[in-house]
Design a protein around this ligand. Structure first.
Ligand SMILES: Cc1cc2nc3c(=O)[nH]c(=O)nc-3n(C[C@H](O)[C@H](O)[C@H](O)COP(=O)(O)O)c2cc1C
Length: 277
């Protein structure tokens, strides 16, 4: 709206993007290769060129405003492995639907903690904002300003990682008011994709994931789950110091080769669908 008003002010109310680009090209060409038309025309040309360039700038700002910003958070430590790969695929899917993705790797941030129970977020002036300043602050700020969240974690000892939990505590608690009438102060719900990978089969942690889904949906936005179970944990299980008899290395490898590529594809499609809407 602001862009249209500014174009009108510049005398180009009905200028469209294509024509604006053509005029910009003409200005560039005339500037570089045109003959000098004399002082009077030169002034007219300059003023017209300035107004056209302002319009082009407005178009660029409009385009940027329309772009969705998706925050991708990797709560696992291993780059290029199961969790990170699926997060990357979902991010590519979101990007393919026109979103801009900003990525955070929790294991590579400055030092941070979970909620320290300072209750700063329970003061009117900080409502919905964690006031603790550390490595997680830029992540929380980005999620608050973003249009969607992709967050993934491996399962560690029946839970999501400690890094995931640190972010989760602060992300949820800042939006929890303790007011019976309005328990959540998040006025801008965003779609969330929660990815978990585990050694155990896909269905082993459904209870845990349903709980996360419920809480995230309530305090951040509508949440979808994506689980990749029975993952390949090592490239070569034969190189371990003692036999890892809990696993069948051949079965793990076969599953990784047959099923994981399909999961990558599904994660891509989910990212494209969730963040295009
Ligand atoms: C410290 C630790 C604890 C784990 N605990 C579990 C567990 O309780 N249940 C499970 O299914 N897998 C468990 N795993 C396996 C990982 O969840 C699984 O291999 C996951 O896919 C690893 O993700 P990544 O390849 O992205 O690192 C554990 C792995 C580690 C390193």
């Amino acid at each position: 709206m602001q862009g249209a008003a500014n174009r009108q002010k510049n005398g180009f109310a009905h200028l469209d993007k294509g024509r604006c680009a053509f005029y910009c090209f003409s200005i560039w060409y005339k500037w570089g290769y045109g003959t000098d038309p004399g002082e009077k025309e030169r002034q007219g040309f300059r003023s017209c060129a300035a107004r056209i360039i302002c319009c082009a700038y407005e178009f660029m700002l409009e385009e940027k405003d329309m772009e969705k910003k998706i925050i991708a958070v990797n709560a696992g430590p291993r780059m290029g492995w199961n969790t990170e790969t699926l997060i990357a695929e979902a991010s590519k899917g979101a990007a393919s639907a026109g979103a801009k993705v900003e990525r955070f790797d929790l294991f590579r941030l400055e030092k941070y903690t979970g909620c320290v129970s300072c209750f700063g977020c329970k003061r009117e002036k900080n409502k919905g904002r964690c006031v603790c300043r550390d490595g997680l602050t830029p992540v929380l700020d980005a999620i608050r300003a973003g249009d969607g969240l992709i967050i993934g974690s491996p399962n560690y000892l029946g839970e999501l990682t400690a890094s995931f939990r640190a972010l989760y505590e602060r992300l949820i608690f800042q939006n929890l008011t303790y007011d019976r009438e309005h328990p959540c102060c998040n006025e801008r719900p965003i779609p969330v994709l929660l990815i978990m990978t585990s050694n155990a089969p896909d269905t082993s942690y459904l209870g845990l994931l349903k709980n996360y889904q419920q809480v995230l949906t309530r305090f951040v936005g509508p949440t979808e789950l994506f689980v990749s179970g029975d993952t390949l944990q090592l490239k070569d299980y034969k190189k371990t110091d003692w036999p890892w008899t809990m696993f069948d290395p051949d079965q793990k490898k076969a599953r990784h080769e047959a099923v994981f590529p399909q999961e990558r594809q599904r994660a891509f499609e989910l990212g494209a669908r969730l963040f295009a809407e």
